[in-house]
Design a protein around this ligand. Sequence first.
Ligand SMILES: Nc1nc2c(ncn2[C@@H]2O[C@H](COP(=O)(O)OP(=O)(O)OP(=O)(O)O)[C@@H](O)[C@H]2O)c(=O)[nH]1
Ligand SMILES: [Zn+2]
Length: 319
Amino acid sequence: MERKRVAGEVMKGMVVEVTGSTYMVITDGGKVFRCRTFPGTKTENDFSSLVAVGDRVVLKETETGTEFFEAVITLVERRRSALTRKRDLRRNRSKEKVQVIAANIDQLVVVVSAFDPPLSTRLIDRYLVFAESEQLKTVIVVNKMDLEESQETRELMEPYRILDYRILYTSAEEQSGMKALRKVLAGKLSALSGHSGVGKSTLINQIFGEELLRTGETNEKTGKGLHTTSSAIMLALPRGGYIIDTPGIREFNLSGITRENLRFYFKEFLPHMPECAYSSCTHTVEPECGIQKAVKSGHIDPERYESYLAIYESIDRDS
Ligand SMILES: Nc1nc2c(ncn2[C@@H]2O[C@H](COP(=O)(O)OP(=O)(O)OP(=O)(O)O)[C@@H](O)[C@H]2O)c(=O)[nH]1
Ligand SMILES: [Zn+2]
């Protein structure tokens, strides 16, 4: 029999959906609460969004005359990690310097397709720069393997295998590779990213089918759908773990990357940088450059180096 809860009870939970200033929180006991913040809400995170999807929070149940279980968030705990976006300062009236798209992510799952759209290693490199800059573990999923010569695709991916990035080959169409993907996602908080049309939605549907639960979608007190337009939502996986699927992550940008810090996000560059003659070496045109030497001697993949140059060129000189 379910224990009767009383208003004022303090619980801990995780934010699974953000809609305007309403937050759906699933408590550690598995109940879904509709929550709000109040002027007394405390945070252990400075200068950023007060509450984001993925946040661990302390909540206090409130007396409710409505059909929902309701609570106020009294504390937002320190984030282990945060996927952020710089605020557009011209349009920003709040004091937040960065907007948190999702908190406490364990891994970034980058979905690309082997064909239609064709596999682009330039694009993979941009995702990896982003992931490295956020210190996120990355899994690369190469989908639509039914459409392309498998050997050729694996050869294109070889540099990433050598760099120890986790790579999964899937076909959502033929349902291959699903077991490995399920295993990688189980028990973790994963952010899904990838260009339009690579098969993200199809993969999610194939793996979880009707078991897939949009966590914030129904309120258990009424069983009714909420039908809201949320800015961020987590999908609860049947075997534990969540997928965050938000436009902010799908269309991530490299706004935090500068010409100066880019070099640190190509992880194979790091051991060769001490060999550069100039400490400020940009690894583009300088003589006596450890990176250029490593490319020539085959220790750094030339395509990866080309990506570095392309991203370097695309970054504003003064950013
Ligand atoms: N041949 C083949 N087609 C696939 C596969 N996975 C997805 N597709 C098809 O690719 C198209 C795009 O798939 P979606 O799942 O909508 O792609 P998405 O990444 O969610 O796209 P957005 O919602 O625009 O971001 C659909 O027509 C799918 O049926 C696959 O493994 N093989
Ligand atoms: Zn150099």
